[in-house]
Design a protein around this ligand. Sequence first.
Ligand SMILES: Nc1ncnc2c1ncn2[C@@H]1O[C@H](COP(=O)(O)OP(=O)(O)OP(=O)(O)O)[C@@H](O)[C@H]1O
Length: 260
Amino acid sequence: MDFIGFLNFGLLDFIEIILVAVLLYYVYKLVKGTAAINIFIGIVIIFIAWKATEALEMKVLSNIFGGFINVGIIALFIVFQQEIRKFLLMVGSTNFATKRSFVKHFRFLKQDANTETDIESIVEACAKMATTKTGAIIVIERNNSLDFVKDSGDTMGMDVNIPTLESIFFKNSPLHDGAIIIEGNRVTATRVILPVSKETTIPQRFGLRHRAAVGITEKTDALVLVVSEETGQISYIRDGEFVLYEDLTILQDMLKNDLN
Ligand SMILES: Nc1ncnc2c1ncn2[C@@H]1O[C@H](COP(=O)(O)OP(=O)(O)OP(=O)(O)O)[C@@H](O)[C@H]1O
């Protein structure tokens, strides 16, 4: 029987489905919250209209919609130029070989204590800055390289510890503006300008610092901690979302978990 054919589901089909899902996820991550999502929906509507008019044998209309779709592929490259750029950047900057997930298996060979991020110090520094209402934005790199944003700031090479973090964000410090990047247990950049999220669902009370945190976590898998200068509140942002936590011990555990 014919329908049995569809049950011939091999390993390759399974892998293909996973890959298509990953691709769609990245495309969604790129266009989420931008004007591109509306253009994307527009294209889908025209495609559906084309197929519907074709099925109903409305020749003139289906020719018109078909014409749109045929030139669509070129139009796509023009309209989504920015998104395609970001997508290629994101793919190219995923650096599997040098990053934590790979390195951690070989850590015992390197005897390098510096690769493990000192989450306790980061959270404690945030807590101290929160009491003095010192604004801060700390970006912790995971698998996606953050080199493309690091260029906007100053290259650094400082160990992560409480006095270092506090002195960077101290209001009169020349380094306090913008974000810092942490790789392993080193602050590798300061005064970094991050891409700001255009997501419309972020509450009005959050300004550019929080939007920048959402922005970088929409485009990469980095983890971000923000201390609000206005309220002293510590926010944890991951995958473009604010992650809720009950207390700082839980926040520490979440961060450690997300880094491993
Ligand atoms: N794109 C960006 N990348 C990195 N840092 C940024 C960016 N935009 C703003 N900041 C930092 O955030 C600071 C304050 O911004 P703003 O007051 O708009 O943020 P906010 O989200 O309201 O935070 P707060 O609650 O601390 O006021 C700036 O002085 C700058 O240091």
